[in-house]
Design a protein around this ligand. Structure first.
Ligand SMILES: [Fe+2]
Length: 301
């Protein structure tokens, strides 16, 4: 399995400017076909259970349908091909370098899922998540403007307003003049900061995507799951993934339980820092121009 080169420069520029960078095709055609087949076989061979929430103490391979009608399951441990793809991607030097720049070196993996939506799935309202979080989406079937898919509002990551779930009840489609939907061919990969205002719009077709998220150093991770020893296809997890993967999950690979969750709040989020500096200069200029006027007035009087 060989990956095409990522356009580092474009990704970093998009992330800084818009808060997301979409539609990077990193897979060879034959691998994208295989990815589509493997994901379909996960969703077609299993029966889903309806759940109120995904919070679960155990790592299992079930399909779960939430209240919005999204069907979701664990990304890894399901298929040998997908595990190899994810392992290769996480170990890819260029990809790791992009992540170093976007979210820092000592990042941790927080969520690892595949989700499927169809014409019965409701919208997921525009919201923001964790400020120290970065997500990757990989479409596993072709998505067009009719597909239920993640939508992001460009530049909203620069807003000081973290809307969280405050406008989540408003139909996502009402934000259509402002958002960009994640569309593209199977294998299309996108990066987005979870503080960029985003949601999922409804659509008449089936949309399936891999979503995994990283948390920057200094933030607590809420990945709190015990991992089984064996994958769904019978191999041991430790034979499929390397040490750096278990470190990314903050798991102790010998007991498959989370290590102590980090509580150090020394965050490394460089973007707000840059904005703070810009704001600081801005206020300095305003302050200086105002004092100049006041001094001039005093002298003239
Ligand atoms: Fe979200």
């Amino acid at each position: 399995m060989k990956f095409k080169k990522f356009d580092n420069h474009k990704i970093l520029e998009d992330m800084y400017e818009k808060g997301f960078s979409s539609n990077h095709n990193f897979l060879e055609y034959k691998d994208s076909i295989k990815l589509n087949e493997e994901v379909n076989s996960i969703f077609e061979k299993k029966i889903y259970t309806v759940k109120e929430s995904y919070q679960n103490d155990f790592w299992d391979f079930k399909l779960e349908k939430n209240t919005l009608g999204k069907i979701q399951t664990k990304l890894i441990g399901q298929s040998a091909f997908i595990d190899k793809l994810i392992s290769n991607l996480l170990n890819n030097e260029q990809f790791a370098n992009i992540l170093d720049n976007l979210i820092g070196k000592n990042r941790k993996l927080s969520t690892l899922n595949i989700r499927r939506a169809n014409s019965h799935t409701n919208y997921d309202g525009i919201h923001t998540d964790h400020v120290g979080m970065l997500s990757i989406s990989i479409l596993t079937n072709n998505h067009n403007r009719n597909s239920p898919t993640t939508c992001l509002i460009p530049k909203s990551h620069r807003s000081k307003l973290l809307i969280e779930d405050k406008v989540e009840n408003i139909r996502t489609e009402l934000f259509a003049p402002f958002y960009e939907p994640l569309t593209g061919k199977t294998g299309s990969l996108s990066f987005f900061y979870n503080k960029t205002w985003h949601g999922m719009k409804k659509g008449n077709e089936v949309g399936t995507a891999i979503i995994f998220s990283f948390i920057a150093e200094g933030y607590e991770i809420y990945n709190d799951k015990k991992m089984p020893q064996k994958t769904f296809y019978g191999k041991n997890f430790i034979d499929v993934f390397n040490d750096s993967f278990f470190n990314l999950l903050d798991l102790n690979k010998n007991i498959f339980k989370n290590k102590i969750t980090r509580t150090n709040k020394n965050q490394i989020d460089t973007l707000p820092k840059k904005l703070l500096i810009i704001n600081f200069y801005f206020y300095c200029i305003i302050f200086l121009s105002k004092t100049k006027k006041i001094i001039k007035n005093i002298i003239n009087n």
